[in-house]
Design a protein around this ligand. Structure first.
Ligand code: CU
Length: 95
C-alpha cells in the first residue's frame, strides 16, 4: 500500500512538471535547411542574424548538416520571419 501511494505521488509530480514546462515554454521549434554554410564563421553569421529576431530563444546552426534548428516563441515570431532573417545573410533557406 505504501509503495502504491509513492507511485501515485511520483506520477502526480511528473504530470505537474510537464504542465509547467509546456506552459512556461510557449515554444516552437523549426528546422531550416540552410545552403552554403561551410564553417563556424558561417554558423556565426546565421546565428547572429537569427538571434536578432525578437522571440527567438535559441539557435543551433550546423554547417556540417547544413541546418539551423531554432527554438522560438510562436506568440512573438514565426518560421517565415526567422527564414527572412537567415536570408539577410549570404546563406539562404532552402525550401
Ligand atoms: Cu564559413
Amino acid at each position: 500500500m505504501k509503495t502504491r501511494l509513492t507511485q501515485i505521488a511520483f506520477a502526480a509530480v511528473a504530470v505537474t512538471g510537464l504542465a509547467i514546462a509546456s506552459a512556461a515554454a510557449g515554444e516552437a521549434k523549426a528546422n531550416f535547411k540552410v545552403n552554403g554554410m561551410m564553417c563556424s564563421a558561417c554558423e556565426s553569421a546565421v546565428t547572429k542574424a537569427v538571434t536578432k529576431v525578437d522571440g527567438v530563444k535559441s539557435i543551433d546552426a550546423d554547417s556540417d548538416k547544413g541546418t539551423a534548428v531554432v527554438a522560438y516563441d510562436p506568440a512573438k515570431t514565426s518560421e517565415d520571419k526567422i527564414a527572412a532573417a537567415i536570408n539577410t545573410t549570404k546563406f539562404k533557406v532552402q525550401k
